[in-house]
Ligand binder design. Structure first.
Ligand SMILES: *Cc1c(COP(=O)(O)O)cnc(C)c1O
Length: 395
């Protein structure tokens, strides 16, 4: 039986390779950080991790995780509602709510699960979900699992959102759903305008803060801080796997009754294991750190500004960004791949993206800044860009 299927898979895999879309994994043999070592022995500067605050290898978080291993053990062997809830889980949920200025929080194994489990328990065929066209795959999948009527608006396009909201007046409840930061351009969802439209057309609002929490806003409270609308968004989802330590874990935080209903009905919460105590304890430590000081945000914001100024001064085009993601535009697909390969030879690890991940003719290198970077790392990065840019005729 497997023969025919095997043949089919081999052909499909070959097609992925022929299209240049086959994903190879680079193997790290060091902790995640500004400088990483790969299994070829090469040491490179890392500009493609979601390690925005540089906490992936933070000693305070490691110590908190080790301590919880001793006090609460290794695993929970249970979902939350059977015997998988510890005092630590409750404490972390409260810390997340305090951080975002929301009423309650529910933890998941990942934000993919938070988004996968948020729509189906709350909405049905009488309702409408109005989703940004560039929303994350997990939002798209979550929407698919729900019977609500779907509307889609062009990325951050408020005129289009308004048209969709007008059409969605036919439904009982409406929810506008957006990423906080869009990961390919680094642009931020215009929350002020989204909330105005939500008010005008009687819609709820949900934001996925995965790339914005910890990063955006003076104190890293995300897009609701940037747009001064804390407490006005009904549902926020996010991850502990990016700025917040980078290990694993996701959450939904927001209105009390919404969270209460998710605890009763959200399938990834009910039918999937509880986060291990060490991860939860490190999360608590991380939020304590966030409430004590903003110095990581300040360093990150300074690094982003430093990189943006230098790379533009070197003659490169970048997309407007309000996050820690900077898209250095090369436009041509092959050039983006050659450029990234040359940069790796220069000790700079970044990824080139091209169609269909980004629109045709808008290939780019995505640079992700971190509070773990020092100015000298950024200097090295821009020097390498300049050298390769001259060699490949870009600048
Ligand atoms: C990374 C990401 C996710 C998934 O988060 P995990 O916790 O890794 O599952 C969800 N939404 C957005 C917008 C993301 O960027």
């Amino acid at each position: 039986m497997y023969n025919k299927f095997q043949h089919f898979l081999q052909e499909e895999l070959q097609k992925i390779k022929d299209a240049g879309l086959y994903k190879n994994e680079r193997i790290l043999v060091s902790p995640q950080g500004a400088k990483i070592k790969i299994n070829t022995g090469q040491e490179v500067l890392n500009f493609c991790a979601n390690n925005y605050l540089g906490l992936s290898n933070n000693l305070q978080l490691i110590a908190a995780a080790k301590k919880a291993l001793d006090s609460h053990g290794y695993g929970m062997s249970s979902v939350r509602f059977i015997c998988g809830t510890t005092d630590l889980h409750k404490e972390l949920e409260q810390k997340i709510a305090d951080f975002f200025g929301t009423e309650d929080t529910i933890l998941y194994a990942a934000c993919f699960d938070a988004n996968g489990g948020v729509f189906e328990p709350l909405f049905n065929e009488q309702d409408a979900i109005i989703s940004d066209s560039l929303n994350h795959a997990s939002i798209i999948d979550g929407v698919r699992l729900c019977k609500a009527v779907r509307y889609r608006y062009n990325n951050a396009d408020m005129e289009d959102l308004e048209r969709q909201l007008q059409q969605a007046q036919a439904q009982r409840f409406r929810i506008i759903v957006t990423d906080g930061v869009f990961s390919m351009d680094g642009n931020v969802a215009p929350m002020d305008k989204i909330l105005e439209l939500a008010e005008k057309y009687d819609a709820l609002v949900m934001v996925d803060e995965s790339h914005s929490a910890g990063v955006v806003g003076a104190t890293g409270r995300g897009v609701t801080e940037l747009y001064n609308c804390r407490g006005k968004v009904d549902i926020i989802t996010g991850t502990l796997g990016k700025a917040f330590g980078g290990a694993i874990g996701g959450f939904t935080t927001g209105r009390k009754e919404i969270i209460e209903m998710l605890r009763q009905r959200s399938r990834p919460y009910l039918f999937s294991n509880s986060l291990p105590p060490m991860v939860v304890a490190a999360g608590i430590e991380m939020f304590n750190m966030m409430s004590a000081t903003n110095h990581l945000q300040e360093k990150l914001h300074a690094n982003v500004k430093y990189f943006k100024d230098k790379i533009q001064h070197a003659g490169f085009d970048i997309k407007p960004t309000q996050s820690a993601i900077v898209a250095v535009m090369l436009y041509d697909a092959k050039l983006s791949q050659d450029f990234a390969a040359e940069l790796l030879n220069e000790g700079i690890y970044v990824i080139g993206f091209y169609y269909p991940v980004v629109p045709q003719g808008l290939a780019r290198i995505r640079v992700q800044l971190s509070a773990a970077h020092e100015f000298e790392h950024i200097d090295q990065c821009v020097s390498a860009f300049t050298k390769v840019g001259k060699k490949l005729g870009v600048i």
